[in-house]
Structures are given as C-alpha cells and as structure tokens.
Design a protein around this ligand. Structure first.
Ligand code: FRU
Length: 314
C-alpha cells in the first residue's frame, strides 16, 4: 500500500488560502559578479519561471500541501500560457482570475552569487490589477486565510474591508495578512484590517529605520497611536534580509527568529515569499506559535537559497 502523504494530510479540513497580487514572468540570470556597464558578462546559469510575490507565495504553500488559490489578473498572451499551465499542473486554483489581453508583466532578475544579492527590474507595470468588483465576485466562504500583496494599497484596502464585513457576519473568521514595500504612508492604513503584516526592508529604508528592531519599535509606536494599547493590532514581521528578521508581537514584545545561513548560496529570488508561505503554513495549517512559525519560515527561506526555484521546498 502507498505511504499516506503526511504533508497533504495536515491540510485536510483547512479551507483554501487565497493570495492576491500579480503573477509575472521572471527571466533570471545568475552571475559571479555584477555586470559592468557596456561589458558582456558570462552568466553561470539562466532560467525563467513564473514569478510575482503573490504567485510565488502560492507555489510555496502548494508545495507544502496547502489548498491554494491565486487571485490576480492573468494575461491571455500566448507567451503567458506556460505560466497558466504551470499553475494548473501544480493545482493552484486560478478559476476566479480576471483576464487581460495586454502583454504580461515580466521581471529581469540578476542574482549575484558572490554577494548573495538579487537585483530586479519590473516591466509592463501598467498591467491591470483586479478591481473591488472582481473581488466581490469571490465566494468568501471558501477561504480560511487571505494574503494580500499590497501592490495597490487603495484597492487592497477596499478588498480588506469587504473581508472584514464578511467576517462580521461569521463565527469562523478569515485571517487577513499583507506584505508591503513601497510608500509607508500609502500602505500604512492596511494594518487596520490584518492580523499579520509583513514589511520589507525597502519600506524601512525609506523611513530611515536602520535595523529590524528600530523598524519594529517605530511601527509599534505608530500602532499604539492608531489602535491604543488594548485594541486588536497585527503581529508585525520586518523582513530585513535572510539573517535579520524582526518580530513585534501583539503585546509589543520584540524578538528575532533564529537566523540560518544557507549551506551554499545559489539563488535568493523569492526567499521572502518562502518565508511568508512557510509562516502561513506553520500558523494556519500546523497551528504553531508565532515563535515556532518564524523559526521554521527563516529556516525554509535560507534553505530556498541552496537551489533555484521553489521545488525543493516541500
Ligand atoms: C521576487 C519577485 C519576483 C518578481 C518580483 C516582483 O520576490 O516576486 O518573482 O519578479 O519579485 O517585484
């Protein structure tokens, strides 16, 4: 008899996780040193894959056995059909995604093996984003957790309000989480509706916060002003880099999950999505504490870097 798939059995009985955002084409080149201007550099390796933060988070969750759905606009361009195929064969649901005949968004990515850095240029940035009307067509009773990539904060805010309104009528509530970079001022209102808020370093840099601790303390002060000390507020995760993640919990207690150095460095593209996907998996599916979830997520994000893609995360 076949071994039962333990990984899948953990997720039995759990509602779908929905990830909202973009799905893009990533064209990735791994180099030994960053190319000099006007010079030709020989890459170590090149590959392309389906990318975009929300789409990557779906891949990670799916690899961990979670029932997952992507919600974002999908391009009908023939170039994008391989991406759709990839989602279908992995079992990532895309049935509710609006379509557009515009060329898909894509990113040119340079991963520098010697510095461990990853430089990304996003293109076709005017590609459409799902509207609130599209979102309202979803049957929210199917979802147990909705993770928003806060690409378009004003629309995301309204979508979160729609989930909050739904939650107000239910005993079993949908957990809302968000990850954000970009402008602090524009994204900040999103904290009103989520239980988990992941902040990227770019946002911290913009605020001139110099470390995960400083970022967490400042966010904590902002939260105290916004919510008072007793009201519901999100758990904050500051994703600085692989070695530095800061967490400010609901009681304003700061902690840092264990940092894990990758055994070898090959490719860090999407390591933050691995952190987020693994964190959601540990909290939602495995019902682990935030401390354990963050340690696991950090370990997985570091493990991601030893290979290209996400398929060794399972
Ligand atoms: C990695 C990634 C890529 C995508 C880019 C979007 O974190 O999601 O897959 O091209 O970032 O900015």
């Amino acid at each position: 008899m076949d071994e039962p798939n333990r990984k899948l059995s953990w997720a039995v009985g759990k509602k779908t996780v929905l990830c909202v955002g973009y799905s893009v084409i990533d064209c990735i080149t791994i180099v030994r040193r960053f190319p000099r201007i006007d010079e030709i550099e020989r890459g170590v390796k090149g590959y392309w894959q389906r990318g975009g933060n929300a789409a990557n988070t779906c891949t990670v969750l799916r690899n961990l056995g979670v029932d997952v759905e992507f919600f974002g606009v999908l391009s009908t361009s023939p170039m994008f059909s391989i991406m759709l195929h990839d989602m279908k064969v992995r079992g990532i649901k895309i049935d509710n995604c609006p379509r557009s005949n515009q060329d898909p968004p894509f990113s040119s990515v340079i991963v520098n093996k010697s510095s461990g850095t990853c430089t990304i240029v996003n293109c076709n940035n005017s590609f459409p984003y799902p509207s609130l009307e599209d979102f309202k067509k979803l049957d929210l009773s199917k979802y147990g957790w909705i993770h928003f990539r806060g690409n378009r904060p004003e629309i995301t805010f309204e979508m979160m309000q729609a989930v909050e309104a739904y939650n107000a009528t239910q005993t079993e509530k949908i957990v809302i989480s968000v990850d954000m970079d970009g402008s602090f001022k524009e994204h900040w209102p999103l904290v009103d509706y989520c239980e988990y808020a992941f902040f990227y370093r770019q946002l911290a840099d913009q605020q001139q916060w110099k470390s995960p601790r400083q970022a967490c303390n400042s966010i904590d002060e902002h939260l105290a002003m916004r919510f008072g000390i007793n009201l519901k507020r999100p758990l904050v995760v500051v994703l600085w880099n692989l070695q530095k993640v800061g967490i400010m919990d609901h009681n304003s207690d700061y902690h840092r999950p264990t940092a894990y150095r990758p055994k070898k460095f090959v490719d860090s593209l999407g390591a933050t999505e691995v952190f987020i996907g693994a964190f959601i998996y540990a909290v939602y599916v495995r019902e682990r504490s935030h401390h354990i979830a963050a340690n696991f997520a950090n370990l997985m994000a570091s493990y991601k870097c030893i290979k290209c893609g996400f398929d060794h995360i399972s």
